[in-house]
Unconditional design. Structure first.
Length: 137
């Protein structure tokens, strides 16, 4: 792993990146994960991660291009692992490398549970709003 630094406001990871992708463990600072809004150029925040947070973990598991951009909200320092670094880790430290996907899977499971809670709250809000104001326009 190598250290990566980004200034506040910098794009840490771009949507669609693939070949030079990184998996990062945030050591200092905060990163906002975003998604495209309805209007062109509009970015909507999905999550804010701080020290101990992991970004780019889906790439680590499946190698697909980025699905969301990440922006530094403050100066960021992160430990980054490239595809080549991962291959070297597998070759030189297979026991350590074997633990990495399990840790990433746990983080993804936590995020998925959190998203499920958000969807549940949204569905309850929509049902409550619909019953108060009726279903019509």
């Amino acid at each position: 792993m190598g250290l990566v630094s980004c200034a506040a406001g910098a794009t840490v990871l771009r949507e669609g990146e693939g070949a030079r992708s990184l998996h990062m463990l945030l050591l200092e600072g905060e990163v906002q994960i975003e998604m495209h809004g309805i209007d062109a150029g509009e970015e909507l925040p999905l999550a804010v991660l701080g020290p101990g947070g992991i970004i780019g973990e889906m790439w680590l598991l499946d190698g697909t291009p980025r699905s969301a951009p990440c922006t530094a909200l403050s100066a960021v320092t992160a430990a980054a692992l490239t595809r080549k670094g991962l291959e070297l880790l597998i070759e030189q430290q297979p026991r350590t490398a074997a633990k990495l996907p399990l840790g990433v899977a746990r983080r993804l499971a936590d995020r998925l549970r959190g998203m499920g809670q958000h969807v549940h709250r949204y569905a309850n809000l929509m049902a409550s709003t619909s019953s108060r104001f009726g279903d019509g326009p």
